[in-house]
Design a protein around this ligand. Sequence first.
Ligand SMILES: [Zn+2]
Length: 158
Amino acid sequence: MAPTRIRHLNNCPRCPVLGAEDIPGVEYFQALSLRFHIPIARELCRKSMLHRLERTALKSWLEGVHILSAHLYHLPPNLGPGIMVTLPSGLGRPVIDGNHRAARALHDGTEFLAYLLPEAESLELLRRSMGRAAADDRWSRLVNLEPQPDDEREGEER
Ligand SMILES: [Zn+2]
């Protein structure tokens, strides 16, 4: 085996690189041309944003995410809650950190908690992840997409 070849714990690409377990890599989540930097997202999380995900919502979200099933049982215990962001125009609330934890919880029938960043904090995260100009450009394209059915609720009487 060539000495320069990178090897991962458990031979799993989602596990840490051998010899560098304590060195955090640059973690990103990419969706719809948006790039979220996970360590910055962690800085923005507040206890008041903690949110328990309904199983049905979790299940439908995970259908669209690539999950490496072998990795589900490599996860260390006590990883803590995941992180979700809020996209504008009712476009959804992607789980940017903790998808394997979520899949594991769904499989085991346990709770999955995540910090839900509100729209303002989600945009702040995007600006700090991609730079303000790129973030504002992509965000404004999302804002200008066709209205979602959820928007009708804005017209309801109080
Ligand atoms: Zn793994």
